[in-house]
Design a protein around this ligand. Sequence first.
Ligand code: HEM
Length: 425
Amino acid sequence: MTEELLSLPVPSVPHGDRGVAWLRAHVVRFSNGAEHARRRALTTKLIENVQVTSLDELAAVLGLPGSLDDIATIAPCYQPHEPVTAEADAAVERLARNHDEDTAARIGLLVQAWAATRAFAEHLRTGNPGPPVPVTRRAAQGGVVEVGLDAHPFGHGPHACPGRDVATRIAKNLAFRALHHQDEPFVLPNAWDHASAVALHASGFRAVGTTSLGVAAAHGIEDGAGLAGDETVRLARMLANLPFPVTADLESGFGGAPDEVAELVAGLGVAGVNLEDGRPHGLADPHRQAELIRAVKERAPGVFLNARIDTHWLGIATEETEDRARRYVDAGADGIFVAGLTEPRDVERLATLAPLNVLAQARTPKQLGDLGVKRISTGSLLFRAALRHTVATAEAVRDGRTPPDAFGYAEVQDLVSRGTRSCAG
Ligand code: HEM
């Protein structure tokens, strides 16, 4: 029934030669028939193979850099049933240097992206059910009917969303970033393969990281020496397709030059990365580490870059940690991660510089939150626990004892198939 309704024509809009009325009258969204087919081809082509990490980048790719304030003004007035403000008309005129279909398609894409992508990100952050765009409208029974989008969050039929892939990547990035700006810290569990990642998400964690020890050890490689690059990249690419934000621990970038690491990060598809300044035999020069961070943020601005500072567990003074934190944040780092940091005064000080990530420790999330921490990682703990549990289970079988509890076979099959389902349905 919904499919049939969504295949009906969209309500027509009156002609307009300026402002929002002009935009409505020239975009794919409010057209039907041959006009729709022509505009749809034009619009789809504009975002074909577009790989961006943020709405800002999308605006730049569409030839409208820095236009998002104007887009935000237009968006609430875009739908034909919404009243138009003078500000929205003025914003359209600022962006529409030419009043042609191509310009309308570019502005229209950004307006379509604006509210829907942010609503989708909220949906990913909170896990609240319900489609990000709740209803659309169709011309029927001589009037306009509302059609619910529960079954088709990205629409269906001729007007189905052409921006789904671009939107999904940007929304996951936005959701992951937003998790770092909540009142309470969030716990980021670290997975080492597909099954551990989907099982963690299914139990309610909104985002999942990777553990370098887990990934390296699972492949018979020693951790911390930058030797598990291929395995890490392969896993990150696989997890990037999951319907929730994933952040990958890239250690120090596996020896790549800044532009190579930047290219790698942009191409992985993950919502976040960790880059550490620890090197196999000490610490990176902070200036060079800042250059690496800057290069990555310029190339992939929407990817959350968590700068790990390895001073603390090498016993180096907190002043050095703070100095590095400032340099990395100035270079564009979105968060800082100081492994081994437990002293409350240090935690509080560093938490003022950027969203602070620490490893899970004796304090509760609430206590860490009171100190200003925003993200609590489990690091390699889950992998080590799984290893212990595996051995304990085998020993119980061998010794004739009841083995500890485990996931059922069907449960794992279900998790894997759920994990591979795409975002928003
Ligand atoms: C980069 C972000 C996005 C872009 C560029 C984009 C672009 C578009 C465009 C151009 C259309 C009109 C297609 C046509 O009329 O033929 C459309 C329709 C639609 N979009 Fe998106 N969109 C984006 C994000 C989203 C998100 C996040 C959602 C919700 C999960 C969404 C849901 C929809 C729906 C439901 C329709 C169909 C409306 C209808 O059938 O009446 N879009 N989108």
